[in-house]
Every structure is written in structure tokens, then in C-alpha cells.
Design a protein around this ligand. Structure first.
Ligand code: AMP
Length: 191
């Protein structure tokens, strides 16, 4: 198995690059943000519990997020590996993921950090909003989500840096060029 975490602030291009990675490396994509949005649109019990949290741009409690993530991994027993997009966002989530994978004789092989400036993120989110009409991307919520990233999620990086797993990729520029750099990192990690 090859397990990858794609890491970066909201709007860094994680979704775009994940789609390209999945195509090339046939990994199963798990986006906790997409999963929460699906639960909300289908009005499941979980969706009703987390709707307000997503609307406010805050993080869903770890226990809810970890349970949902682990269930999704279990639902994909034939996957050659996973790309975790938007997870882990806190150190307890990262610890839980390591423990969970260890129990299956697996691990995280690579953490790709998409490095972009705050100004670039804001431009990208504004563009994406025009296309997808995502409700959580208005100005106030965007600032909250970026704040959540820089106050909480950023602390996940040292956790993986200590394990020597982080490769930093400049997230600004041409999508294909960024993807090329990502492929080099994946190929090196698989070699
Ligand atoms: P995303 O599409 O990854 O930006 O996620 C959208 C929203 O879903 C976030 O702003 C959070 O409210 C929630 N969310 C997604 N992933 C997580 C996570 N790993 N931990 C906590 N909340 C999450």
C-alpha cells in the first residue's frame, strides 16, 4: 500500500492535485470535507450534527472526524493505497491515523505540503466560489477556515516532519508543473 497525505490551507489546490494523483497512481481518495458535505446534502444524522460547524468554518470534533475516516478506509478493503485530503487537521487526528494504519500493518508513506501564501489562497477561493458556488467560502468563513489552518492544522506538519515524511511543494503556478513536482516526490517515495 502507498498512503499519502495532501496538506495545505483551504484553497491551496489539494482537490485539483488529488484528482490528478488518483488518476495516475490509482489511489482511493478520501476527502473528509467532501464526506461532510455529502452528509449535509443527504441530511443524514451526521450531516445534521456538523452542518453548523461547517457553516461557521470551524473544525468538526476529532472523535466524529476520526470515526468517519476510519469507517471509510474500512469500506475500501481493495484499495492500493489512500490519498488523505483535508485529514489529518489536528495532531490527535494524525496520531489516531498512525495508530489505525499501524493496526493494519500500514503507515503514511508521504506527506505532500502544498505551500502557498495567504493572498494566493484568497484569490483561488474567490475563483473556485464562482465555479462551484460552495456555501462555506464567503469572506468571513474563509478567514475563519484560514485561521483554523494557521492556528491548529499547521501543527500537524512537525508531527510528520519528525518522521521525515514531509515534502514541500511550491503550490503557486501552473497546475501541470505543480503536478510534475508532486509526481517526482511520489516516485521517489515509492522507489
Ligand atoms: P475542506 O473541504 O477540506 O476544506 O473541509 C471543509 C470543512 O469540513 C472544514 O472547514 C471543516 O469544517 C470540516 N472538516 C473537513 N475535514 C476536517 C477534519 N479533518 N477535521 C475537522 N473538520 C474537518
Amino acid at each position: 500500500m502507498f498512503n499519502l497525505v495532501i496538506f495545505g490551507p483551504p484553497g491551496a489546490g489539494k482537490g485539483t492535485q488529488s484528482a490528478k494523483i488518483i488518476d495516475k497512481y490509482t489511489l482511493a481518495h478520501i476527502s473528509t470535507g467532501d464526506m461532510f458535505r455529502m452528509h449535509i446534502s443527504q441530511k443524514t444524522e451526521l450531516g445534521q450534527r456538523v452542518k453548523q460547524i461547517l457553516d461557521d468554518g470551524l473544525l468538526v470534533p476529532d472523535s466524529i472526524t476520526i470515526d468517519m475516516l476510519e469507517e471509510e478506509v474500512q469500506n475500501n478493503p481493495d484499495a492500493k493505497g489512500f490519498i488523505f485530503d483535508g485529514f489529518p487537521r489536528t495532531v490527535p487526528q494524525a496520531e489516531a491515523l498512525d495508530k489505525f494504519l499501524e493496526g493494519k500493518g500500514e503507515k503514511i508513506n508521504l506527506v505532500l505540503q502544498l505551500d502557498v501564501t495567504e493572498a494566493e489562497i484568497k484569490n483561488r477561493i474567490a475563483e473556485r466560489k464562482k465555479i462551484s458556488g460552495r456555501a462555506d467560502d464567503d469572506e468571513e468563513k474563509l478567514l475563519k477556515r484560514i485561521d483554523e489552518y494557521f492556528t491548529k492544522t499547521i501543527h500537524v506538519l512537525p508531527f510528520y516532519q519528525e518522521q521525515g515524511k514531509v515534502v514541500k511543494v511550491n503550490g503557486i503556478g501552473n497546475i501541470e508543473e505543480i503536478f510534475g513536482t508532486i509526481c517526482e516526490a511520489i516516485d521517489a517515495a515509492q522507489a
